[in-house]
Write a new protein. Structure first.
Length: 577
């Protein structure tokens, strides 16, 4: 029925509008929109805390932390190799500044990585503490009493016997305790539970993950990692000024460095002499004498991947090369320099380059005239038109030194840092020695040779060839905690995966015909076939422990319900208590 009377319709609409706008006594409007209270600052903080400490958010943060660590492996890091960072910035003029602003050259100390790390740290702490208290409460509580209808359980068995109910229940208690069940006291039924270590394994995994984060933080903040090149006969003392290169964490304190040091007595290297692997190193060994906090000297041989451990530090043998021992005399015939000069390898056959700088030389005329030598050292010399001077084998079979000599200003008085392994030949105040025709002169020297420079500028003598070894000294205080945490994580994960929590109930009561009706049911807190199998074993054990002479045949055999029929943990008929 429809109406076209505008007057009537207007009256109804006005009444409806009045009702819709009038507030109700219960605080709701007629339109059905409740006046809910505002959360306020405290309410929002409580909501944020619940979200942060949830397992879902913890997994998301862990995933984000894994993603955030990827740039640290793909992009060169300033704390690991600043030279590569500088090369990257030169090669990528557009992308480099963007990476710098995003902090990709120092990922693990960037603001965004630290934010994810701290949030994950707080999330785990807020998740572990309440779960630990809940677990303590579970350990102190008794297993829930038997449900009213045991036949609704996934695994169920019943039989009738002449034995007394008390005897059946006592037999059930003994059997369950023998199988390491925790049994609750009861007169009409027995309730037992097993598998509490499943939750303990889960907690152990999360606590160990928490420990792993702590180990990572300690190792990052307090670590130190440095390199030192030591020539045979030379030594090293654990002091910040002794390192060739030292990287450390934000909380590292140089004054608290462990007191130790060592001396390189000898270095031994062997190489493959023939076959397709010719020239491949077979063994590196460094004989050292070291001292620790006790101040006593100890002998040790350091091999590759077999570091020296002293005062909480590990000393690794990382590389090896040769050092030329030279004597340089100036134009006055005085010894301006004498000692070893390390040469850095260029290839697998240890073709090496190096620089000899003599800043205190004096010319023939009595004026200061600094000397510099750029050299190429070959352990096993070979010369050909294509490759020029080079080495064909890494051992000292035919050692030779190729030198170019310079004089003038080495640039060492400017106060600017210089690379000790390079000579700035672009300096206009540094001139190369030349012959009468203006051709630069060079020299080929073997141990024992002396090269006299032109114009009475001096001479250089190659005395002998020594070996050097490069050592990496690492202090990583969080390693032990990280290893322990990793082992505990595996143990906890195994426990949470393989331990099954399950409950068993036994009820025995007298029927009207004078028999004892025994009911036995089992429930697994997780889907597992072991529940029905273990229940069958318990039925047999309980039935055997309480026999009678006039026992009647069983009315029902133990049920064997397939695992796919087991209900989930939130089944409505799973528990009563």
């Amino acid at each position: 029925m429809s109406t076209t009377d505008t007057g009537t319709g207007t009256g109804v609409d006005d009444a409806a509008e009045a009702l819709s706008t009038a507030p109700r006594e219960d605080g709701d409007t007629a339109g059905g929109s409740p006046n809910l209270p505002r959360l306020g600052v405290l309410g929002w903080l409580r909501w944020f805390w619940r979200q942060l400490t949830s397992m879902r958010v913890a997994l998301i943060l862990l995933f984000l932390l894994s993603l955030a660590a990827i740039p640290g492996s793909l992009v060169p890091q300033e704390g690991v190799d600043p030279v590569k960072v500088a090369d990257f910035l030169k090669a990528h003029t557009t992308l480099g500044p963007i990476y710098t602003k995003l902090g990709l050259f120092h990922v693990y100390s960037s603001v965004w990585f630290s934010a994810i790390y701290i949030l994950l740290f707080v999330s785990l702490a807020g998740c572990i503490i309440p779960r630990s208290w809940q677990f303590v409460g579970q350990l102190r509580s008794q297993p829930p009493r038997a449900p009213r209808k045991l036949d609704r359980m996934p695994a169920y068995s019943t039989w009738r016997t002449q034995a007394e109910p008390e005897a059946v229940l006592a037999s059930a208690r003994d059997t369950l305790r023998a199988r390491r069940y925790r049994v609750a006291p009861g007169e009409e039924s027995v309730a037992a539970e097993k598998g509490y270590l499943r939750e303990a394994g889960n907690l152990l995994f999360h606590i160990a993950l928490f420990g792993m984060l702590i180990a990572f933080a300690v190792g990052t903040l307090y670590k130190s990692d440095g390199n030192k090149l030591v020539v045979t006969g030379g030594g090293f003392t654990n002091n910040q000024t002794q390192y060739d290169d030292l990287k450390h964490g934000a909380f590292f304190e140089p004054d608290n460095m462990a007191p130790f040091g060592f001396t390189l007595n000898a270095f031994h290297a062997t190489y493959e002499r023939s076959g397709p692997q010719k020239g491949t190193p077979r063994s590196y060994a460094a004989d050292v004498t070291y001292f620790g906090a006790d101040g006593k000297d100890h002998q040790r041989t350091i091999h590759v991947n077999e570091p020296l451990e002293v005062a909480g530090n590990k000393v690794y043998l990382t590389s090896h090369g040769y050092s030329t021992v030279v004597t340089v005399k100036d134009g006055q015939g005085n010894v301006a320099y004498h000692g070893p000069v390390p040469f850095l390898p260029l290839d697998g056959n240890v073709t090496s380059q190096g620089v000899i700088k003599v800043p205190d030389a004096v010319g023939k005329d009595g004026k200061r005239d600094q000397l510099g030598f750029a050299g190429l050292f070959t352990p096993t010399m070979a010369i050909d038109p294509v490759n020029g001077p080079h080495s064909t084998f890494p051992a000292l079979d035919r050692p030779a030194l190729f030198l170019s000599a310079y004089h003038g200003d080495l640039g060492m008085d400017s106060g600017l840092a210089q690379n000790v392994y390079q000579l700035d030949t672009s300096n206009k105040n540094l001139q190369q020695f030349k012959d009468a025709k203006g051709t630069p002169i060079k020299a080929l020297m073997v141990p024992g040779d002396t090269w006299t420079l032109p114009n009475g500028a001096g001479s250089i003598t190659l005395n002998r060839i020594d070996q050097w070894a490069n050592f990496e000294i690492v202090y990583q205080p969080g390693n032990s905690l990280a290893l322990t945490s990793a082992v505990c994580m595996l143990i906890g994960l195994a426990g949470s995966l393989f331990i099954q929590r399950r409950r068993v109930w036994v009820r025995a009561r007298r029927t009207e015909d004078g028999h004892t009706l025994v009911e036995l049911a089992g429930l697994g807190r997780s889907e597992s076939r072991k529940v029905a199998e273990e229940l069958a074993v318990l039925v047999t054990a309980v039935h055997a422990e309480a026999p009678t002479a006039a026992e009647e045949p069983q009315e029902a055999q133990p049920d064997s319900v397939p695992s796919d029929s087991l209900p989930h943990e939130d089944h409505s008929d799973k528990e009563q208590a």
